[in-house]
Design a protein around this ligand. Structure first.
Ligand code: NAP
Length: 314
């Protein structure tokens, strides 16, 4: 008999229905049901739940909970007091998402490299003016965060002949990529960066990391791509660096407040391209298959997949 596994999340009804159908069609071991539909006695016994932006109060009524499978890659909203330290947090790691993010990083790197924001602006002014074109090898792209997403994005850039560097917490070795780590590595990589791609998780260490001090260490004319989380980049400091022409352009997919409020000046800043958090959307079919497999495996073997390190925050 299939056991019930609760879905705990604050998502639109259609999204909830889609997840339930996609996951339930990929497992014979359990049945995903909205937590509200479960009886108190069932909730007492629940060991695993699937979560997407869950209400912490609901999680606190599951005394036997051992782990949660998040449907999101970023877990900053789960780490902290929201979920008891006893409960393991497993985030979504999907190769399809990494592929999609690598494509986005390449696309928007090319957009900056080929000066498309400038040509779009010039067209609006009916201005015929050419900019010099450098070879990709001459363009230094630094990827900040070399995890599931950043490492694949760095390799995709390298395949397209960019000169690629990467920065992470621990030392890394990735073929063809010059790697840096830690505080010293950060100081070394910044001045060698024409395009900075942010793919770090939001943690207490990365919040506000790209502030004025950091941004002014980038060479004049550098650009930024933030595809990670809004609070890693200080919006006011970015605006100041764009206004002073220290930075050329910023492609932003993530913001402090999403959707970006109508009155936020970033919407109309000529040095900013605003994207509505679309660089690597979750693919329902692959994410549902990974989620179902993780829980099936747990039910068979008792093994919890690799989980978030609470101390690091990711
Ligand atoms: P991940 O696998 O956990 O990788 C994180 C990387 O950041 C690792 O290389 C880690 O270093 C590095 N890092 C973390 N803290 C650091 C610090 N203080 N100093 C230096 N390096 C640090 O995460 P991921 O799956 O690649 O995802 C990254 C982020 O992308 C997510 O957290 C999420 O916020 C964002 N995201 C955005 C979208 C979108 O559509 N915009 C979609 C999915 C995800 P180590 O390798 O040494 O640990």
């Amino acid at each position: 008999m299939r056991i019930d596994v609760p879905f705990i999340g604050r998502v639109e009804q259609q999204e909830l229905d889609d997840w339930i159908e996609a996951i339930n069609s990929r497992t014979g071991r359990f049945k995903l049901v909205p937590v509200e539909a479960m009886q108190p006695a069932q909730l007492q016994k629940t060991e695993v739940a699937i979560v997407a932006n869950p209400d912490p109060e609901i999680l606190s009524v599951l005394p036997n909970l051992k782990w949660v499978q998040s449907l999101w890659a970023g877990v900053e909203g789960l780490v902290g007091p929201a979920i008891s330290n006893e409960v393991a947090i497993v985030r979504l790691t999907d190769p399809q998402m990494a592929d999609s993010m690598a494509e986005a990083v390449l696309a928007w790197t090319l957009y900056l490299h080929r000066k498309m924001p400038h040509y779009a602006h010039q067209q609006s002014q009916k201005l015929w003016h050419t900019h010099s074109l450098a070879a990709p090898e001459e363009c230094n792209v630094s990827v900040f965060g070399l995890g599931n997403l950043g490492s694949i994005a760095a390799l995709r850039l390298k395949q397209n002949n960019f000169s690629v560097r990467g920065w992470s917490n621990s030392k890394k070795s990735i073929n063809g990529i010059e790697t840096f780590h830690g505080t010293n590595g950060f100081a070394s990589i910044l001045p060698a960066t024409d395009i900075a791609v942010i793919l770090l998780p939001l943690t207490k260490d990365t919040e506000g990391l790209f502030d004025k001090t950091t941004l002014t260490k980038l060479p004049t004319g550098a650009s930024i791509i933030n595809f990670a989380r809004g609070p890693i980049l200080v919006e006011e400091d970015l605006t100041e660096c764009l206004n002073s022409k220290h930075l050329d352009h910023a492609v932003l997919d993530v913001f402090n407040n999403e959707p970006l409020p109508q009155d936020n000046p970033l919407w109309s800043h000529p040095g900013v391209t605003v994207l509505p958090h679309i660089s690597a959307p979750t693919t329902l079919s692959t994410a549902a298959a990974i989620t179902a497999k993780n829980i099936d495996n747990y039910l068979d073997t008792g093994e919890i997949p690799e989980s978030v390190d609470r101390n690091r925050g990711y």
